[in-house]
Design a protein around this ligand. Structure first.
Ligand code: SF4
Length: 180
């Protein structure tokens, strides 16, 4: 039997919607398990890649120092890295905070916003520092492929994985590509 494709996934400044869309492949996940093995992923709860993997799927852009660290480590382990979804590709909806000063965002969220109780801006050393702006992942690491959509559909994720697992250059049907 041919070697299984090894896959890792991670979520940075994302909403887990892209992972949910992945799971929307439903029973096709059984066929995927025949040809692929999951390493680090929220789906396996493995926290760090154990080996070098063939394919890394990244959901979410980069909004804090921990995202930068995670993404660089992830890139080191992945032969092919894929930006999955609008957030990873161009920062997505979280970039709506980019025109606003970070301090102003923090004040609105934790001090002055409607319904805020016990107003105080968190500053525990355990918390990763927020970056001034939200960034797409290609501003931090090299990206090999992008799967657009918010989220990409299960069908396009399936088509992409099927091509790679079969050793084909991914060629996605135009009707499966969307950006919303
Ligand atoms: S692209 Fe959309 S679904 Fe995916 S993480 Fe971003 S907001 Fe969520």
């Amino acid at each position: 039997m041919a070697e299984k494709l090894t896959i890792a996934t991670t979520s940075l400044a994302g909403c887990f919607g892209c992972h949910m869309s992945f799971l929307d492949i439903d029973e096709r996940i059984l066929a995927l398990a025949e040809v692929a093995r999951f390493d680090r992923s929220p789906l396996t709860d493995i926290k760090h890649c154990r080996d070098r993997v063939d394919l890394g799927l990244v959901e979410g852009g980069v909004c804090n120092a921990e995202n930068v660290h995670t993404l660089r480590e992830f890139r080191r382990h992945c032969r092919i890295l894929v930006a999955v979804g609008a957030c990873a590709i161009n920062g997505g909806l979280p970039t709506l905070r980019n025109p606003i000063a970070l301090e102003e965002c923090l004040q609105e969220a934790y001090r002055d916003g409607i319904g805020v109780e016990n107003p105080q801006i968190p500053d525990d050393v355990e918390l990763p520092l927020l970056l001034d702006k939200v960034h797409p992942i290609h501003e931090v690491v090299r990206v090999d492929y992008s799967l657009p959509g918010c989220p990409p559909s299960a069908d396009v994720i399936w088509a992409f994985l099927s091509d790679l697992a079969a050793g084909r250059e991914p060629s996605l049907p135009r009707e499966l590509i969307h950006y919303d």
